[in-house]
Design a protein around this ligand. Sequence first.
Ligand code: F3S
Length: 270
Amino acid sequence: MNLTKAKYSGFCFGVKNALDTVNNLKGDNIYILGELIHNPQVIGKLKEKGIKILENINEVDKGTIVISAHGMPDSVIKQCEGLNVIDATCPLVKKVHDISKELEKEGFTTLIFGDKNHQEVKGTAGNLKDCLIVSSIEELKTLDLNKKIGIVSQTTQEVEKFNQIVDYVKDKAKETKVHNTICSATRLRQEAAAELAKKVNLVVVIGGYNSANTVKLKDICSRITDTKHIESADELKEEWFKDKENIGITAGASTPEWVIEEVVNKISSF
Ligand code: F3S
């Protein structure tokens, strides 16, 4: 059995930066607003260190509060006044916030291509008076697009689907302004995963089930070849690898290297 890792996989710089920031904090009363990154093992380790994950800023009135890599609306960060605020928002997410606010100033309605329930999208939308959020062409069909529309994307979406959304909107809107804000880390991992999937009999995608970019890697690979999405080595089943000669491994941008290594070691032992 041959194991090949995708050219690009695992931690991106935004996730690494957020995690380093938290790991370098000293003292008690350290809180993270929302999940720092979408990976259960990393969150588990932070909790073991005594760091608490908050759903709501009203839950604390003293201590250090870390804004997660996915970002928060400006209004929420403002509510943290009085606390020691450490903003670990990925700079590329911040860029989407800035572009969206600028589009609004220019008189465009911002259309965000993304998952309305994802923290990053809520953060971007939360800074705008009005916006549209769609995750598919089907959803677009239900909207009035006869206006000036500025398009941005959640950083972890699929490039191909973003382009389809843009084509559809361009056809219906009065005027469009397009910013492809899918980040380079996402793009490189998606391209590398697709390239790998073409060469192997099975791809194992490693990462949180709630990690948007990991789920996209799974979607991309499963259109090409047999694909399994797991969070940890414990979920591997030996029977998946029966009669498979070439196995590919990829991992989302929030999956730590040690989790990837555990998976590789277990597959190698089969
Ligand atoms: Fe940032 Fe992209 Fe990673 S937006 S957190 S570099 S997946």
